[in-house]
Design a protein around this ligand. Sequence first.
Ligand SMILES: *Cc1c(COP(=O)(O)O)cnc(C)c1O
Length: 361
Amino acid sequence: MTERIFNFSSGPAVMPLPVLEQVQRDLVALPGVGMSVMEISHRSSTFEAIIAKAEADIRKLAGVPDGYRILFLQGGASLQFSMVPMNLLTEGRTADYLMTGTWADKAAGEARKVGTVNETGSTAADGFGRIPTDAECAFTPGAAYVHMTSNNTIEGTEWQRLPKVGDVPLVCDASSDIFSGPIDVTRYGLIYAGAQKNLGPSGVTLVIVRDDLLARSARALPSMLNYAVQAENGSLYNTPPAFGIYVLALVVEWLLKLGGLPAIDAMNERKAGRLYAELDRTGFWRPTAQGDSRSLMNVTFRLATEELEKAFVKESTAAGFDGLKGHRSVGGMRASIYNAFPEEGIDRLVEFMRDFEQRNG
Ligand SMILES: *Cc1c(COP(=O)(O)O)cnc(C)c1O
C-alpha cells in the first residue's frame, strides 16, 4: 500500500508530506555530498551546517532570543523528567509540579527521586478534564522551578495561559504542542519536547534552556545528563541523533514556509474548532475536556456506552482512519491532530461521524 491514510496517532505521529518526500529524495545521497545523512560524520562540515541551520531556523520560528541555548538530546521527554531535577533541583530547595495529567504525574514521580517536590494545582478529582485556576495553584516561595505540562496528550487539555510563577523559572514539557502556535520563550526557564509528536521522528529531544540555569548543573553529574556539558559541546558531546535532527530541521523549515507560528496556529484553530463543533452539535458525542481547557492537538471524546465506542473504533479503522482509540488508561476516543495533520482529514472524519451518529443515534 503506498496510499496514505488519515493518521490520528498520538505519537509517533503524522509527518508533513513534503518533508517525507524530501527525505525520500535525498536519502541515498544528500545533494552535492554523495552520501546519506546517516553515513556522514557528525563532525563533518555537512552535518555542522545541518545542525546550525536547525538551530537558526528554530530561533527564527519561535523568536528564541540570545541568552537561551538550543540543545538536541536523546532519551525522549521521559529522560527530561530526570534531567530537569538532576540539573535544576539543587540541594535544600523545592520544585513545584502542576498536576494536570498522566505525564505531569510521571514527571513529578521522577523528580521525587531527586529531591523535594510540592505537587499543586491537581485536577485529578475532575478526571484531569480541565486546567487548574490560578487560585488552585499554591507555589513555594523561592522554589527551584515550577514544572508544567503545556498540553496533556492523554487527557486532551491544554493551558490557554501561563501559570503565575513570578520570578521562579518555569519549566515546560511541551512535547505535544510545541510550535503549534506563537510562544513567548522569555517567559520560560526551560522548554523540552520529545520530537515525535510535532517536530519529527522519535529519538531526538529538543531542549531550550536559559543560559543562567546552566550554572546550576553540578560537575559531578554524569556528562551525558548535564545540560551545561551538552551546551558547551553544542549538542555534540557524543554522536547525536543525526538523522532525527536532519528531519526536525526540515519540519521547522516547512513551518517557516507555511508562514510560521501564527499561520500554523490559525490552521490548528480551524481544525480543532471544526471537530469540537461537531462534538458539541448534539448530545450523542461526549467531549471529555472542559470548554476553556480544550486541547487543539488531542481531541478526546466518549460515547454513551463502551460497546458504541468499540464499534466506532472498529468502523473508523475499516473506513481508513488510524489511531482514534483513546489511551488505554482513560478509554474512549482521541483524535490527535498535530501540526502536520491535514485539514482534509478533519472533514473526512466529521463526515464519518455524521454517518455513524445517524446509524447509532
Ligand atoms: C509523549 C509524551 C511524553 C513522553 O515522551 P517520550 O519521548 O516517549 O519520553 C511526555 N510528555 C508528554 C506531554 C507527552 O505527550
